[in-house]
Each structure stands twice: as C-alpha cells, then as structure tokens.
Design a protein around this ligand. Structure first.
Ligand code: HPA
Ligand SMILES: [Zn+2]
Length: 339
C-alpha cells in the first residue's frame, strides 16, 4: 500500500512553494564552484561536507548555510545552482516552483544584486522553456539584520521589482518577530508585491499571529507552532491561509523529535491548508518527493490526504489559473483511478 502511494506521488504533478535556492547547493557543486572561484572550503571532501550537516537547531544550520553560499560569486554560479535545482525537481515531476533568494547574504559579500537575479532568472527561464516548469521569484529579507538593512535591500531591488513577485522573511526567528519588519512589508505591499514570512518554525505562535495581523501576509512559511494556540489555528483556518510545511527540514532542525511526530495530519484535521515542500534540500536530506515519502513511511496518511496536500499546493501557488485547473484535473484523474 505505501509503495503504491509513493509511486502515485512520484508521478503526480506537484508544486514547490518553500525553497531557498541557496539551500539547494549540493556538496558536489559547492566543490566545483570553490575550485572555479579559488575559494577554500572547511571540508576535505564532498562526503566530509555532507557528514557535517548535523544540526541541533536552526542557528546551527544557518551557520553552515551562510558559509556554504560563499562559493556563489558570479551570475554563472547562480545560473548553475538554479539549473541544477530545476533539473532535479523536473525528475520529481514538480511543475511549478516559487524560489526564494537571500540578496543580503550576497550583497554583504560584494556580489551585485543584478548578478544574483540575472543568474537565477536565466535558469528559471530555461527551465520553463525546456521542462515546462513555471515559476515565481521571492526576495527574502534576513530577519537577524536590521529594518534599515531591509529597506536598503528594497532600494537596491527597486529597479528589478517587475521580475520579483513576492517578498519573504527568513533566517534566525527567535528574538526577531515579524513586527520588526512591519514598515518594510507595508512598503512592499504598496509596491504591489505579495507577502510571505517564516513564522512558527522555532518562534512562538504569537509570531504567526503577528505575521497575519501586523504584516498581513498572503502565506505563512512553516507555521508548525501555530498548533500550540487554538486562536491562531482558528485565524489560519478562517483565512484559508496556505502553510508551506517542510517535513525533512523540521526533522533535521529538531522542530519535531521524529517523523512519526510530524503535525502534518493534525494540520489537515484542523482544516489548515498545509503543503509539502523541501526548504533547503541539499542540507536536509531530500527534495519534494523525499518529503512526501518520509510522510508516507512514518504517518498513517491516506490517499485522500495525499491528494489534499497536492491540491493545497496548487491552490496556494501564485500561478496561472488555467495551468492550475489543468493540473488539478490531472490530480483528480490520478486519484480517482486508485480510490
Ligand atoms: O529553514 C529556514 N528557516 C529560516 N531561515 C532559513 N533560511 C534558509 N532556510 C531557512
Ligand atoms: Zn525556509
């Protein structure tokens, strides 16, 4: 039974709504770019790098994540990174991806905004042309930095905003509540950008509430800890708010003690619009299909619930309505055939 559910998931068209492109940097490409750019890495080998990816918490991961991305220097590096990600998700039958990037982490190393954006976007255009993968770009602010730094980043991005669909908020959550960026997000909304924010990954349910009520987000990234507060759960359900949940990330960062304790089914049972995503696949042990397979292996998930998760991904996606309808019809056909 679980094997047939896995086959079904593998073949189904899917979305990815929570992906940090810098977190898709596999050790093999990290080493290749380090050689190309003459950069020293603190690892002896690719295996050594992979073995070092053991984290106690979000900050432990972020330290390696920011270090790893130091090999990304040129537009071509960002192109190669993004194309490798697209090739990988094409094999997983992902048909629409919404890609986050962290410009501050590159600007502070002297990499121009334009190099980052041009490289990522050129690969996304090639992926759309060659594999039919539609996309949106999300510029994320680093919440451990200041409001002023976020405003400076927005100014640097202003000439390019037609190519950026939404803004997000990521990095270390504790002590950096959404309300710290209320004015930046207000300006972003005025500029016509969609808004999303990481909330309730490590931070308390009140950060989810702030993201909803103070920022007025269109989507929540993670949201796990909302389940600790029934008022926040009610707010999320009433707004039909999409949660971009990342099971393997949650396991690796100790948001959950083991996969059998993952709250995905509790979220669905509470009427929340949860979706399945990979977050930082090179660091957390898997891409979208790996995340679905982990749920199937460790939770009593039904084919109806898997169908719901896939549908939620398309309903929560910022994508063309005709494309969405086409994929939802394909999903209906596939799941009707098994029930
Ligand atoms: O999982 C994450 N959480 C917060 N910030 C991040 N930046 C990259 N990945 C993450
Ligand atoms: Zn994330």
């Amino acid at each position: 039974m679980t094997e047939s559910l896995k086959r079904l998931i593998e073949q189904a068209p899917k979305t990815e709504l929570h992906l940090h492109i810098e977190g898709s940097l596999e050790p093999e490409l990290m080493f290749a770019l380090a050689r190309r750019n003459d950069i020293d890495l603190p690892y002896d080998s690719e295996e050594d790098a992979r073995a070092a990816y053991q984290f106690d918490d979000l900050q432990g991961f972020l330290d390696l994540y920011y270090q790893g991305m130091s090999v990304l220097q040129t537009e071509q590096d960002f192109y190669d990174l993004t194309l490798a990600y697209l090739e990988r998700i094409h094999a997983d039958n992902v048909v629409h991806t919404e890609v986050m990037f962290d410009p501050q982490a590159h600007l502070e190393r002297g990499v121009p905004f334009e190099a980052v954006l041009n490289g990522i976007e050129r690969a996304l255009e090639d992926g759309q042309r060659d594999w039919g993968i539609s996309y949106k770009l999300i510029m994320s602010f680093l919440r451990h930095l200041s409001e002023e730094s976020a405003f400076e980043t927005l100014t640097a991005a202003e000439p390019y905003l037609e190519r950026i669909y939404a803004v997000g908020l990521d990095s270390g959550e504790q002590g950096h509540p959404p309300e710290k960026f209320a004015r930046v997000f207000e300006r972003c909304r005025e500029l016509g950008l969609k808004l999303t924010a990481h909330a309730g990954e490590e931070g308390p349910p009140d950060y989810v509430r702030q993201a909803l009520e103070v920022i007025g987000v269109d989507r929540i990234d993670h949201g796990n800890r909302a389940l600790e507060d029934e008022d926040v759960v009610r707010m999320l359900a009433q707004r039909n708010m999409t949660l971009t949940v990342c099971p393997l990330s949650n396991l690796k960062l100790n948001v959950i003690p083991e996969m059998s304790q993952h709250p995905m089914l509790a979220m669905l049972n509470a009427g929340l619009k949860a979706t399945v995503n990979s977050d930082d696949p090179a660091y957390f042990g898997g891409y979208v299909n790996d995340n679905y397979r982990a749920l199937i292996d460790h939770l009593p998930v039904s084919s109806e619930q898997l169908h719901r998760l896939l549908v939620n991904g398309f309903e929560g996606a910022w994508m063309d309505d005709a494309e969405r309808k086409k994929h939802l019809e394909t999903l209906d056909r596939m799941f009707n055939a098994v029930s």
